[in-house]
Write a protein that binds this ligand. Sequence first.
Ligand SMILES: [Zn+2]
Ligand SMILES: [Zn+2]
Length: 594
Amino acid sequence: VTDDDQTGSEETGVDPDPRALTAHDQAHVARALEELARLIALSGEAPFKARAFERGAQLVSAMGDELGRLIADQELSSIDGIGPSLIKQIAELWETGSSGLLLRLRKEYPLGAGELSRIKGMTVRRIRTLSEQLGVQSVEELRDACAKGRVASLHGFGAKTEARLLTQIDALEARQTGEKRILLYEAEELFARIREHLASCQAVQAVALSGAARRAEETLRELELLIVSDDEQGVFDQLKDLGAVIYVDRKRRVAYLTSGIPLCLHIEPAARAPLAWLRTTGSEAHVRELEARAKKLGIALGEAHAEASSLSEAESGFYRQLGLSAVPVELRQGTNELNLAEHDDFADLIAAPDIQGFVHCHTTYSDGRHSVEEMARAAHALGMQYITITDHSPTAHYARGVDVDRLRRQWDEIREVETRVPIRILRGTESDILEDGSLDYPDAVLDQLEVVIASIHARFRMDKAAMTERLVRAMQLPVFKIWGHALGRLLLTRDPIECDVDRVFDALKGSSGAIEISGDRHRLDLPPALIPRARERGIPFVISVDAHSTEGLNSLALGVKMARRGGVRRSEVLNALTPDAFAEAVRPTRSLRV
Ligand SMILES: [Zn+2]
Ligand SMILES: [Zn+2]
């Protein structure tokens, strides 16, 4: 029964739908459930009903090829979160390609209502108006109508709404294109939850992060875990009960997560675990090169390190066996790291304990949530010896940029707080780089600051030549400046600005300044892949937190990982210096006084 012409019409007595679904197709079932969820939401029914269908859509996408078998064997009811009415819908959609409920709901709304309702700000009334006045039945047609200015004149819309709809359509399409990925911090949080959940399981001896997340890649399309256990089924049983897990595919050793990415399970007994960890952590190229070296030396990498006291010690043993230093996980990229490991022990690769001060902190003076004193106390509690207060400059209206008068008041407050908190507080700014490449305070003010971060917060979309010129001019300014969140990217949501990075690096090299490696979990900017090009030029770095609250100070860990991925050494990081040395190194007028 795979034909389109029998799409439920006999049973339900409604007209065949022009967008008939295909039977026995898991992807079609998932899409239909999604549409059901949206139509139910439009109908104003209790939100939990729509959510049940949404979850159904997630489940079905996660099941992949297994759906048919689960339906045939009547196993759907054994999966958490699937009630009888959802099972009935899934089975009907699978068998016939459509369902009575879907057809009935579609009849109640204009064609395309389900699709259009995915756009933020869309209501039933608007959908009806668009359909009746303009014949709009899809997101594509709506985009076209907005672009032609036909939507603004409709009753209840207007030019502003039209512009907003266009933005929302862009955002929707950005979410849809490409495979699902999650951010590194989300992967780490997910891992922490899974590890905690597995900790109570008798069958599990140890759980460790592996794969790209262990290498600290900025975004991930899967999460890989090493689980030390002799009881695979016991691990599966335990995982099944975790809320974040939708479905465990025991055959392929994959669990599907509500976050939309697969969890790959490497379940190994203790003796084989270290080698499995080595193999699943390294990039493919890294592992291939390791194995080639082992082969050349006639060494079989195996269970040789059973005497090691920990997984990571056992893992390091494999490198030693090949006459190499253990390569830090962040560097296992398959580039040059194994050649390096012949003579470099990586002992001076920057590490979290090296950092002595938090750079780039906002307070309630601009868009931060905590006061100067609260930030300073939190920094001290985290073992730091200094902190830089760098609120936004006046042009950043949206972030309550600080004018000169308030800045002076902040300096008084800093001086006062310093008498109560045993930590050095540097007076700074995160100054906007204006369109012409100048900074946002007069020189007389910059002269009195102890640290200047220079960042772009507006006009991201200049053409490449103009943007390069803007940045080159900013970098050539005679003050010592830290180039803040260099490329302005927001991971998975905003692309980096377009500029000739090498020219900007050259300008900075010929002037005076440093580059920020931001630990902000949505930025992680400068991108690690570009760090080596700045290192080659001898440009120093700060590893910054860009904290807008005391919790934001925790982003240091991610910043350090990015720096390690770029191969950054302790001597290249200014905030690994003591308070006096740091203050001297970043003094804005340093170059003028020499
Ligand atoms: Zn900023
Ligand atoms: Zn900032």
